[in-house]
Design a protein. Sequence first.
Length: 286
Amino acid sequence: MDRFVVVGAGTMGAGIGYVAARAGYDVTIVEIDSGRGSAALERVGSWADSAVERGRLDAETALAIRDRLSTVTELTAVDTGADVIVEAVPERPELKHTVLAAAEEREPKLLASNTSSISIATLAEPLARPDRFLGLHFFNPVYAMALLEVVTGPQTAPEVVADALALARRLDKEPIVVADAPGFATSRLGVTLGLEAIRMLESGVASAADIDTAMVLGYRHPIGPLELTDLVGLDVRLDIARTLQSAYGDRFEPPSLLVRLVEEGRLGKKTGHGIYRWVDGKRVAE
């Protein structure tokens, strides 16, 4: 496997492209907005530079990562027969259906979605070869998080799962294999904690900082659920919560505070304000 395509140049798409290029793939990022595509390349370059500064990459490897990455604005510009195509667009089934159907026409050896909550069976509905399709759920930041959740659909072929596990190892990820269900293992558990933390904040149980400190010091979580929500993106959390609510009922109903913050454009670290304020990528006191 040497040609890797990522559809979507958001935080996750750029992160997936980075780890694929670091693993030696020639990577194409497909992004309809050419400005976002260029920004993704700059972001990947900055990650590589930071890794050199921290002694985790040498300068030659960082340069090679940049050289292996390119962007296009249409999937039709991608040559057929790519080794891997990963869809990493927002968590909206209709959008993902459109992207995945177009990606399948490029005849990849492995087709995957980076969905964090939508059933693989649902996403496979427009595909002619659902046996060649599965979920590859990466975690943010992709370059730092070791886990890769491999989600098998009801028609995913065993050899495709084997290919996905081999891919995970090449990307230096630790895979787990999860059967298809909305939210899979990680989002279902993580969103449960995150939504409850937002409800606690909304009802005045404690401050955001104290709620997070409770989980960091009391349960040894590396980061609190509210700060994690800011890092993931409040809009992403809201989309996932609504997907899980439709599947499992009102226990996943989004808190009104979450809905309001998203409506106000307070999406977390990426906008500079979510549950916390962020300046130059760092959380600051209110």
